[in-house]
Ligand binder design. Structure first.
Ligand code: PMP
Ligand code: GLN
Length: 378
């Protein structure tokens, strides 16, 4: 058998979650909330199932949900998106990423990926014969040198992938970053895949800037979003992709043969639930309070938090405790101290080590309290 992904292994999220389970550790590794979703939402799903909404949804998604998505862009960003031709409902952000890459990438195409990078980007590119060109960003700022980006561009560069707000760094792209990206796209016609799944989790009165706000980026762009993050329901695997009508038509050709369509009752339920458009505003304060709680409690430990502007992940530096590499340290922390985290080295192709761990703070206060108590002992 000739493997398409010879170096791929079980994901670091599965690996650390399993280790947490085996050792009864508090799981701050894989990114998912440990609190319940709104019962109003579960009731809506049940109601739609009982009303008989159980057969295939339209291939691009129900028009009700696509209209609810368009309404959000209008309300929060004053960006007009056409629900019929520019939005496709997907099986989570992951399918959105994969189908976009499938639609774009031919063998030999080069794709620029900033590292630390979310784990699905590179294998998705490689599975279509694309070549990943990693650009390494490092702590504490993870800032992008756009001259380096330019130096990596060749006639084969097809796509640049950005993730804003960024998992795992918790950083946002600045207006200057987006301007630099826009300039490159304007000059080269390279496509942009913007993973914006954490767009509603942004702190300290900062604002998320979607690539859709730039006409130039929008013409060459695909935006990926996820209801898993918005509804605290990562297991639902619901998301969407926005692009121009022409690119959406190409995207849908792939989507239609990948999953055809997505879960019907949930689409109706989510559209109904999100008609309460102010709902999105509850997310940043909810997670900012959790971030601040963790940062406050970390001050009594030897772990040093890095700045976190968005997402529900916080990076912590353990260099005053140990010098060993991130993976063995994270394993030891799970087994001996009962707190599971994610080593950041897993997000770099070369396993770059910076003595950093990612902790997920999308947890109940009691969970965070117990975990921090354990961390105090190091
Ligand atoms: N992109 C990023 C950066 C993520 O953290 C996640 C999280 N799981 C995804 C995409 C995938 O989203 P989904 O769970 O909706 O497939
Ligand atoms: N996005 C989640 C995280 O970053 C993981 C999703 C997964 O396990 N594939 O932790």
């Amino acid at each position: 058998f000739q493997s398409k992904l010879p170096t791929a292994t079980v994901s670091i999220f599965s690996r650390m979650s399993l280790l947490a389970q085996q050792h009864q550790a508090i799981n701050l590794s894989q990114g998912f909330p440990d609190f319940d979703i709104d019962p109003k939402l579960t009731n809506l799903v049940t109601q739609y199932m009982q009303k008989g909404f159980n057969q295939y949804a339209p291939m691009p998604g129900t028009i009700e949900l696509r209209k609810a998505i368009a309404a959000k862009y209008e309300h929060y960003y004053r960006i007009t998106v056409d629900p019929t031709e520019e939005i496709t409902v997907t099986a989570g952000g992951t399918e959105g990423l994969y189908s976009t890459i499938a639609a774009l990438i031919h063998p030999g195409d080069e794709v620029i990926v900033f590292e630390p990078a979310y784990d699905s980007y590179s294998p998705s590119v490689q599975s279509f014969g694309g070549k990943v060109i990693p650009i390494k960003l490092v702590a504490p700022d993870f800032s992008i040198d756009w001259d380096i980006v330019r130096s990596k561009i060749t006639h084969r560069t097809k796509l640049i992938i950005v993730n804003n707000p960024n998992n795992p760094t918790g950083r946002l792209l600045t207006k200057e970053d987006l301007n630099a990206l826009e300039k490159i796209v304007e000059e080269t016609g390279i496509f942009v895949l913007s993973d914006e799944v954490y767009e509603h989790i942004v702190f300290d009165n900062k604002h998320h800037i979607s690539i859709l706000a730039s006409n130039i980026l929008r013409q060459r762009g695909f935006v990926v979003a996820s209801f898993g993050k918005v509804l605290h329901a990562t297991g639902w695997k619901m998301g969407y992709v926005i692009s121009t009508p022409q690119l959406t038509a190409e995207f849908r050709k792939i989507h239609q043969f990948n999953v055809f369509s997505v879960n019907t009752p949930m689409q109706y339920a989510i559209a109904d639930y999100l008609s309460e458009i102010e709902y999105y505003q509850s997310l940043s304060p909810l997670f900012q309070q959790k971030r601040d709680y963790v940062i406050d409690k970390l001050s009594t430990t030897a772990f040093k938090p890095l700045p976190c502007e968005g997402t529900y992940f916080l990076l912590v530096d353990y260099s005053s405790i140990a010098t060993e590499d991130e993976l063995p340290f994270a394993e030891k922390l799970t087994i001996d101290h009962k707190v599971a985290t994610i080593p950041i080295s897993a997000f770099y192709t070369d396993g770059h080590n910076q003595n950093l761990l990612r902790i997920c703070f999308a947890k109940k206060e009691e969970t965070l309290k117990m975990a921090l108590k354990n961390l105090q002992k190091l």
